[in-house]
Write a protein that binds this ligand. Sequence first.
Ligand code: PLP
Length: 405
Amino acid sequence: MSISLIGKSISESATLKLNETAAILRAKGEPVIHLGGGEPKSKPPIDALVAAAALLNSGEVRYTPADGIPALKQAIIRYTDEFYHRRVEPEHVIASGGAKQSIMVCLQAILNPQDEVIFPVPYWVSYPEMVKLCGAVPVPVRAEDGSFHPRMQDIEQNVTSYTKAVIINSPNNPSGIMYSEQFIAEIVEFCEKRGLYLIMDDIYHRLVFDGRKPLSCYDYAKDLSENSKLVVINGVSKQYAMTGFRIGWAVANKRLTEVMTNIQGHQTSGPSALLQHAAVAAINGVQSSVESLRMTLENNRNILMSKLGAFDGIKTYKPDGTFYCFADFSYYEKDSTKLSQFLLDKVRVVTVPGVEFGLDGFLRISTCGAIKDITEGVERMKWALDPNAPNELYIGDRKLVRDWM
Ligand SMILES: Cc1ncc(COP(=O)(O)O)c(C=O)c1O
């Protein structure tokens, strides 16, 4: 069969595939614990559900403008004012089918074939594939000191005449690390000086712990004119537990927003009217669910860290935010795909292999689930990997007997 070169170069989304595998096993009655997920289990805000239901009842569910309904753009403008201290206009805003689409149309709007896009390791699984979809070249950059925090010198060393953009995701999926204010200030200044686009993927910015506050990249920008190449990405998926609603957005200069809108207009048109109305209600409505999700995640992070702390051989890095912890399991197995499959096969625990985020030997463990799942999931993993663990483990009334060490 004749498949395009770009089509052939794109790999399956590892995280979506794992969700599918877990669902199939669960449907067969297997006692799966899903520590691979990237979505909160809490309900979306009631305001969002009521708004979507009201529009559905009215039957007035029509096409919307390609860049989103005016009410959603106004809500995003208010949000940008509140969290970024920046007053933008409707022409600076595009709402898309998830932050994923906002990032994709942004890359399509700025990249030519062979252009390079830099992002720190570990990175969100989709960045390399999105860049490749544009015929461009992903340039993952690993901090030379081996930490999860990028350093300016490592980024600078990877800039070439082909570099078009840098993507920064903080707090970061998968490490949970929030980059320092100094680094954000430096990268904003660096990209401004070098004329590079800086795409700030802020999808987890309110889900931060230990008293941290969301940062605004605009606070460090010198050029806030229409020449600014700063692009801020955000959305409702994570903070409002509205993953399935598929609403995200970008804030960028007017010309770039116009081009992104043209692309989106031919790709999918505007996102669903129902879901845009739900997003407006979530953004403008009572915000207590965000704080309660944030507190739950912080508590879950603490429980996960204490469970992992009692796990010999692994190295952990305390997440500053998000739903994830990225732990080094290379003592047990350097091939993270093999290790993740082993844990699924033997003890029915889903984790995401670190290699998907650019670091083999690591596993991403999610804190979205119930505390019981986190504690039991780590117990099962420990049992499977620790040669000194007892020979048997009970999952409910099912007896597992170790036959591999
Ligand atoms: C870092 C990062 N950016 C963007 C997204 C996409 O979010 P959305 O559901 O709004 O498309 C995700 C989702 O997992 C993510 O982790």
